[in-house]
Design a protein around this ligand. Structure first.
Ligand code: DTR
Ligand code: ZN
Ligand code: ZN
Ligand code: CA
Length: 443
């Protein structure tokens, strides 16, 4: 590189900093964060309409009336459940859906699933949303799970009102006997030929989305589906948390157990909201739903704001995932910690830990590199896969130009995705130095 007095002053200062911080001659690696930023909306996706809260509340009022007219509940094997199925089916038939009532037997009584297909879309790419329609015997089950049932019902009706022409085929399911052990959804999945199962690109589950003392929980089973919901709530300025008690606790487990990507939303049940969560979401440090599985789980037990936000989030997911012309970008893993690069010294690294991405990395792995440096011709920059494989990104080119801010596309299809990926940078010429500003992988 060309020596020049002004740079030397800069370089000397940089070396002093390195000596003091003890980075000189060592491989400094920033701690891999667990930070995963939600992917942007996929190309071509249409914006969802607002789901009218009044319409969703009317469905809840109708389900309440059904329970009241049928012994106070809508439980499996009771008249209130079949009446609920007939109610939802009639609305979907009138809206142009192709509906199927699937029967099963449990505890010696007949149970019912309702499946509604929106005609059109790619039959080989099915996007499914579901909610259990049954209640416990002790009450009308308006939050658990009239709320999820009404949220997807109104979203389906919005699809009809818009005469949506999605790229994917849209399917909605209302499950029986969830309260007895996910019986209806298990029956559906178990009786779905494997060729049909493999067409389901994602299943979105909504079980309790209007808890009175609501929290905003997003299922973290699939990074892409998780990102769609996190994107939505970030867009309306509502913080979310990962749903941690859900594994196996609702109908998404039936789909996850056969390898179908799942996602969903939840506002909490009998667990108590912490003081930190009260700070985040308001409400009180009591149960998220104090009427969980109780006779008081009525229309009075519903949080309208949570019902509205979650219904809109359901529509956002259906429109985003269902109308995208290209698959949504996969999950993003980023490390924004600065890592000083020793002048003419040892290599340093910034790393990210990839989790929740099954299989191998894609042939078009996007590697975002942001390096602040005053002479990029000094630098060798490599991507290091979890197994140690080296992919050179930059090799001393660029001369005296400043900074490398670039997204490289790497064919990493031979690499297992999960594990610690590193960006390795070495400054191989005296004077001029800099630091790694950020390192990002998009799958
Ligand atoms: N099993 C659900 C309620 C429930 C409890 N934890 C979670 C987590 C995620 C979804 C639902 C739930 C029921 O009683 O129907
Ligand atoms: Zn329940
Ligand atoms: Zn439930
Ligand atoms: Ca240098």
């Amino acid at each position: 590189m060309n020596l020049s007095v002004p740079r030397r002053a800069t370089a000397v200062a940089a070396l002093t900093v390195l000596a003091v911080t003890g980075l000189a001659g060592t491989t400094a690696t920033a701690a891999p964060p667990s930070a995963q930023t939600a992917p942007a909306a996929p190309a071509g996706a249409l914006a969802a309409p607002d789901i009218p809260l009044a319409n969703v509340k009317q469905h809840l009022a109708d389900l309440q009336s059904i329970a009241t007219a049928n012994g106070g509940n809508r439980a499996h094997g009771r008249t209130g459940y079949k009446a609920s199925i007939d109610f939802v089916k009639a609305k979907l038939d009138a809206a142009g859906f192709t509906t199927t009532v699937q029967q099963f037997t449990y505890n010696g009584t007949t149970g019912y699933n309702l499946i509604a297909d929106w005609p059109g879309g790619d039959a080989n790419q099915v996007l499914m949303a579901g909610a259990h329609l049954d209640s416990v015997t002790s009450g009308p089950g308006i939050n658990d799970n009239g709320s999820g049932s009404a949220g997807i019902l109104e979203t389906a009706l919005a699809v009809s009102r818009a005469n949506l022409q999605p790229t994917k085929h849209l399917r909605f399911g209302w499950w029986g006997a969830e309260e007895l052990g996910l019986v209806g959804s298990k029956h559906y999945v178990n009786n779905l030929p494997s060729t049909e199962r493999s067409k389901i690109t994602g299943y979105l589950n909504f079980d309790m989305i209007a808890s009175k003392n609501a929290g905003y929980f997003v299922y973290d089973d699939d990074p892409t589906l998780e990102g769609v919901f996190k994107n939505y709530f970030a867009g309306i300025g509502v913080p979310t948390e990962i749903e941690t008690e859900g594994d196996g606790r609702s109908d998404h487990a039936s789909f996850k157990n056969v390898g179908i990507p799942v996602g969903g939303l939840f506002t909490g049940a009998s667990r108590v909201k912490t003081s930190a969560q009260v700070q985040k979401w308001g409400g009180t440090a009591t149960a998220f739903d104090s009427c969980y599985h109780s006779s008081c789980d009525t229309t009075a037990a519903v949080n309208d704001t949570a019902l509205d936000r979650n219904s809109d989030a359901i529509a956002h997911a259906i429109w985003t995932l269902g109308t995208a012309t290209t698959p949504p970008p996969g999950p993003v893993f980023e490390n924004t910690a600065d890592v000083s690069i020793p002048d003419n010294g040892a290599a340093v690294t910034s790393s990210v830990t990839v989790s929740g991405v099954t299989g191998n990395a894609p042939a078009t792995l996007k590697v975002g590199v942001d390096i602040v440096h005053t002479y990029v011709g000094d630098l060798v920059v490599d991507l290091i896969a979890p197994d140690g494989s080296v992919y050179n990104l930059h090799n001393r080119s660029g001369g005296s130009a400043d900074n490398i801010v670039q997204t490289y596309t790497v064919n990493a299809s031979s690499e297992v995705a999960g594990g610690v990926w590193k960006l390795r940078v070495q400054d191989k010429a005296a004077i001029d130095t800099g630091y790694i500003n950020s390192f990002k992988l998009t799958f």
